[in-house]
Design a protein around this ligand. Structure first.
Ligand code: NAP
Length: 296
């Protein structure tokens, strides 16, 4: 138990602060004669959640003084057409970075699309070159969600050095880069990291040893209060829409963690929504500004 002292890690408030700081940085950048950072997003198909995420990213670009371009194509877009769009964006001198919103429709091969992105414009940090740089501790673009999470840990003064972190989920975009970041030899790393996935034999036992838990599964109820070490920091990346007739849109977003149960045990925890999601956008904007500052 935590004695009723659980700290909420408020990603929404921190993100608003960071957007204001980024806007001030962009103002200075532009005052020095440079064009504002320019991010493009490619959205293929009509997945409602993807559309919402992309629109949100575009809105935050405007709030931070960035330029943004949204490229929308139908679900029947072919692999060749998508690769052509990527080539065009790679070659566009007016563009600092771009993302291809995932997931793509099933007939498209995301891995080869990501590999076709110029690593210097890969502000999602998903290209093998940027993932390799992360693994080697070299400068590059760090995927936005893990980057937003370590910023949140730093802001709230959560010590990572020497702590045991358990990351649940090993996706290329969240779990794997998260585990790499936390294990790195730097100020926001130096954790001893355990990376869990669907084949982990006893998840509860692994999680119970964690000072920091990062749940990135996409399955509500994956982490319950009985699995937590008292005082643990719990980062909930999961976003699952769950039907709820009392909600305005008819559904609510749920994380992977049983928030209500866990709040009596955890020392600090992110809410869903309003935790990791808003910080993810900050990671993306920071990468885009970094790309703009590298213009030759
Ligand atoms: P993903 O690619 O589907 O990966 C899910 C991971 O969870 C896989 O590694 C899988 O293991 C593991 N897993 C599944 N069932 C498990 C179980 N019972 N026990 C332990 N591990 C289990 O998902 P993702 O793209 O990383 O996203 C995860 C969640 O985060 C989703 O809800 C997504 O919407 C959300 N998300 C949120 C943000 C944000 O900004 N807040 C950003 C990205 C994603 P295997 O590898 O063995 O299959």
């Amino acid at each position: 138990m935590n004695g009723g002292t659980m700290m909420i890690l408020d990603g929404k408030a921190l993100s608003a602060q960071r957007v204001a700081q980024l806007a001030a940085e962009v103002e200075d950048f532009v005052a020095d004669g440079a064009a504002p950072p320019h991010l493009a997003a490619v959205l293929i198909g009509d997945d409602g959640a993807s559309k919402t995420y992309v629109e949100h990213k575009v809105r935050k670009c405007a709030a931070a003084g960035f330029r943004s371009t949204l490229i929308e194509r139908g679900a029947d877009t072919t692999q060749e057409e998508l690769l052509e769009i990527v080539e065009g964006l790679n070659a566009d001198p007016m563009l600092d970075g771009f993302i291809v919103q995932l997931p793509l429709p099933a007939h498209l091969d995301a891995a080869s699309v990501i590999e076709a992105i110029d690593p210097r414009k890969d502000v999602d940090g998903f290209h093998p070159e940027n993932m390799g740089r992360l693994a080697l501790g070299l400068d590059g673009f760090v995927p936005a969600t893990p980057s937003g999470i370590v910023q949140m840990l730093a802001h709230y003064g959560i010590e990572t050095c020497g702590k045991h972190a358990v990351v649940i989920g090993r996706s290329d975009i969240v779990g794997t880069p998260m585990a790499l970041l936390l294990s790195r030899n730097n100020a926001m790393g130096n954790c001893t990291v355990t990376l869990c996935h669907s084949r982990t034999v006893n998840l509860a036992d692994e999680v119970r040893r964690a000072d920091i838990v990062v749940a990135a599964v996409g399955r509500p109820g994956t982490v319950t209060a009985d699995m937590l070490k008292p005082g643990a920091t719990v980062i909930d990346v999961g976003i699952t829409p769950v039907e709820d007739a009392t909600a305005k849109r008819g559904y609510r977003l749920k994380g992977d963690v049983d928030f209500e149960g866990a709040k009596a045990v955890a020392g600090a925890m992110t809410p869903v929504p309003g935790g990791v999601g808003p910080m993810t956008i900050i990671g993306l904007l920071e990468n885009t500004l970094k790309a703009a500052k590298r213009r030759t």
